[in-house]
Ligand binder design. Sequence first.
Ligand code: TMP
Length: 235
Amino acid sequence: MEKLEQLYEGKAKKIFRTSDPYILVIEYKDDAAAFHGEKKGTILGKGIINNKMSNYTMSLLEKNGVPTHLIRELNDRETAVKKVEIVPLEVIVRNVSAGNFARRLGVEEGKKLPCPTLEFLYKDDALGDPMVNSYHAVAIGAATFEEIDQITKYAFLINDVMSKYFKDIGILLVDFKVEFGRYRGQLLLADEISPDTCRLWDINTNERLDKDRFRRDLGNETEACQEVFRRLGIR
Ligand code: TMP
């Protein structure tokens, strides 16, 4: 799969066109950004870990009934994916209070929630990605009610599959963000699933094994990413 010109460069990824109009190549970078790009840095080897972990997780989800954009890993940093039209919603599932949920609702960080929660953020940098409900999402044309229903089912299925999977390797899946895309009339899981887009805590010690190390200046980001990688047993 030959990559042609670059279509986009974001905080953590570059996207390339290929000779096939339905296929893109994602290249994962080591750059890290948080707080809408206000904090920037580099985490050595992060791109490789995010690429491999995302592909590993997406393969697992495919086997469990969630269609994804993944076609094939090309090398350590590059993956061929189906070219989707992104649904402009960040879909966040939470099992344990942390981050924005803890701050906004005054729920102590680390408290297990009685049931998983679901949030939608409208992807719009100028507006600062405001939280919307399903009616807002439909009213602003971000998605249809049918898509919202399907996204909701997939989001909770992803949570079930990933929570169990991480638990087996001693990791608590606190929360995560996913994005979906449209591809030839089908809804697919797109973007990435990695330590950048999940909160992963050690089950026994609550040690942060994710991007919060970077967001909160806890240090050892590389080691934390590598620890997740090691436990996943990915090569
Ligand atoms: P939050 O507590 O900041 O809302 O984050 C919830 C989860 O979603 C956390 O695992 C990080 C992830 N997330 C992203 O990956 N990208 C984003 O832009 C946001 C807001 C959250």
